[in-house]
Design a protein around this ligand. Structure first.
Ligand code: TSB
Ligand code: ZN
Length: 642
């Protein structure tokens, strides 16, 4: 007998060798019916896994956890591959993992899948589910495995890549066999509602030197109603996608002649960006930041000194040769700012010194990864490097985190649950980072400590640090489901050393400063993408590119409207006068589509009484009032960033 400790703390005495599924049955038939996998001593295991010693066990279901869902989706992924093999026998199988939402499978096939193909695939999948094929697991030696997969070159490559001694397992359902580590359900009939979502090209192993395969994304649920709900979520996300809003509101555009990942801001988008950039710089000024301008390029020598050349070159644009210099577009501003610090003699009394810049950076982002304003190849960072004494680290990092809270929660009013704090650490692949174990340990534990002291919930992620130091990254989920960083605060002991920076201490000796890299808006670009998705394009008055639209009922009021327009403009308000010969209802509807915060509807009565009738985006009729009252009303609203 062995002792199995369940999640709620109960201990079960069971016979050695019992499978997770049979143990689930002992607990209840109901649980066994919905179980998808188990977690044994923290490791995900198949339902067929046999328990041979004392252990802890949680039995997962589709509803209980992501792991539980993934086992369900992974099984559906095999059903899809089986359907495709039946319909397209020549398709070669690559990989088909479960992801955060559903799964995908990559196939090497002559032609991309058409909508008609996808309908057929879905129908065949439903058939396979109905056939309720039993799913069996077996393992083979490497030689046998290669023989079994002799017609599947991608599977062969995967088998050859497995380490000596690693189990090579397969799952079989009916005529279909796939190389797979599992976990899987017991039969295809366990799957209920399926949906193929999209298809696209994808390089084998994500490497553009490899062959382009065809990927299908899909999802499945135990209940039809869950699938309906999910399709609704996808619809909402589509409406929230900043690329759609950007187009609808004339904010930015891209053009193939300019290039991938290089959006251009149209007047409306440029207005939003200008206001944001002024806003953040004004805040920084009040906190003692000093702004500089530095060039967007520099010699490769600068990046050899900083370490970018050894650790960040793959993310940079290629070299330009000119006269006797080798130049590159910069991927970051830190090296320039290091030189500015070094330009003067610094005393301990001067620190912290906060050098800030709204600066352009250029990064080689994969052409498949660039996305609207969210991931671009030329970006504008709201960047600063804080040069601090070691005893100032905690206070200054704390101030940066407070500033982030002030901007995001207070000024913009975003909900706290939008943001997850990630402590980004070095990974085991040490060659990716500047080499100095002691420095890394100090920096990582200092950031961890600060987060704990400030009572901020966070999670840790290995392999997400910058090459020069660990980071506190604030993560958001975009409408497309991408997990991206917006603000970041990073602790760096490495660059001050590489640039041999110093300050004169109280003791008259030279000391080494520490650098905090931080970006509050992240980049203007990514921030705007987030802002648009969060507000669905309904920007607050202080940020709206057009704040007021004046809508005359007929031509008779045009002169009065012009006067109003001038008056509002003089107040610094952004106002448009719709003088077209259209019906008032039409003009109002259009202004609503453009998400204009205020409309002034002007008829004879308003003209006579020198008044305006106000319609706001929120309340259709905000009343008739004198112009000066309207101005003071909206000025208060702007000032309070309502
Ligand atoms: C903060 N040297 C630091 C700087 O001092 C730095 O470059 N950090 S970074 O690499 O994390 O970039 C800062 C921010 O830029 C990120 O937090 C993210 O919000 C934003 N960003 C990074 N890459 C892109 C991109 N391709 N497109 C848009 N924004 C990006
Ligand atoms: Zn930096």
């Amino acid at each position: 007998m062995i002792k199995v400790t369940l999640k709620d703390g109960t201990n079960l005495e069971v016979e050695k060798g019992i499978s997770i599924l049979n143990l689930a049955k002992k607990i209840s038939e109901g649980l066994a019916r919905v179980a998808t996998c188990g977690i044994v001593n923290g490791e995900v295991k198949d339902l067929r896994y046999e328990l041979n010693e004392d252990c802890s066990l949680t039995i997962e279901t589709f509803e209980s956890s992501l792991e539980g869902k993934k086992a369900y989706w992974h099984t559906t992924s095999h059903v899809m591959a089986q359907a495709i093999k039946r319909l397209f026998p020549n398709a070669k199988l690559a990989i088909g993992p479960a992801i955060e939402e559903g799964f995908y499978y990559d196939f090497d096939i002559e032609n991309p899948f058409t909508d008609e193909d996808k309908e057929k695939i879905e129908a065949e999948m439903k058939k396979i589910i109905k056939e309720n094929l039993e799913i069996e697991k077996f393992s083979l030696s490497k030689k046998e495995a290669l023989e079994l997969m002799k017609d599947e070159p991608y599977k062969q490559e995967l088998i050859n890549d497995l380490k000596e001694g690693e189990e090579i397992s397969f799952y079989k359902q009916g005529e279909f066999i796939d190389l797979c580590a599992g976990p899987h359900l017991e039969s295809t009939g366990k799957i209920k509602s399926i949906k193929l979502l999209s298809s696209s090209g994808a390089y084998w192993r994500g490497d553009e030197h490899n062959k382009m395969l065809q990927r299908i994304y899909a999802i499945s649920f135990p209940k039809a109603s869950q699938l309906d709900e999910y399709m609704q979520i996808l619809e909402d996300r589509k409406a929230r996608d900043h690329r759609k809003i950007g187009k609808d509101l004339d904010l930015f555009m891209t053009h193939p002649l300019v290039g991938a990942g290089l959006p251009m801001y149209l007047p409306n988008g440029a207005t939003i960006r200008r206001i944001l950039e002024r806003y953040i710089q004004d805040k920084e000024l009040k906190m003692g930041y000093e702004h500089v301008y530095t060039p967007s390029l520099a010699t490769t020598e600068l990046y050899k000194t900083s370490g970018h050349w050894d650790h960040y070159k793959d993310d940079m644009f290629p070299i330009m040769k000119m006269d006797n210099e080798e130049l590159v577009l910069r991927p970051m501003n830190c090296p320039h700012h290091m030189l500015i610090y070094k330009n003067s003699l610094r005393s301990y009394k001067d620190l912290p010194i906060k050098i800030a810049e709204l600066a352009h950076d250029f990064r080689y982002e994969n052409s498949g990864a660039v996305c609207g304003l969210e991931r671009v190849r030329q970006m504008c960072q709201n960047d600063s490097h804080l040069f601090v004494r070691p005893d100032q680290i905690k206070e200054e990092v704390g101030k940066v985190l407070n500033l982030i809270f002030e901007v995001y929660l207070k000024d913009f009013g975003f909900a706290r649950e939008n943001f997850a704090f990630r402590l980004s650490l070095r990974s085991k692949e040490k060659e990716k980072y500047i080499d100095n174990d002691e420095m890394w340990e100090t920096a990582e534990s200092q950031l961890r400590e600060i987060l704990k002291d400030l009572n901020i919930d966070f999670y840790e992620a290995e392999g997400e640090a910058a090459f020069y130091g660990p980071k506190i990254d604030i993560q958001i989920k975009t409408a497309l489901g991408h997990d991206v960083t917006i603000p970041t605060c990073q602790l760096d002991f490495a660059l001050p050393e590489r640039f041999d920076l110093s300050y004169i201490g109280e003791d008259g000796q030279k000391h080494r400063p520490v650098v905090i890299h931080r970006a509050i808006l992240g980049t203007s670009d990514r921030f705007i993408s987030f802002l648009l998705e969060e507000t669905k394009g309904n920007l607050p008055l202080w940020l709206a590119p057009i704040q007021i639209k004046i809508l005359p009922i007929s031509e008779k009021q045009h002169e009065y409207c012009k006067k109003l327009q001038e008056e509002l403009q003089k107040e610094g308000l952004r106002v448009k006068f719709d003088s077209r010969n259209e019906k008032i209802g039409y003009k109002i509807r259009e202004a609503q589509m453009e998400k204009i915060p205020y409309m002034l509807v002007i008829g004879d009565k308003e003209k006579e009484n020198e008044e305006v009738t106000v319609r706001s985006r929120r309340e259709t009729d905000a009343g008739t009032m004198k112009m000066k009252d309207f101005i003071s009303k909206i000025k208060t609203e702007i000032e309070n960033k309502e």
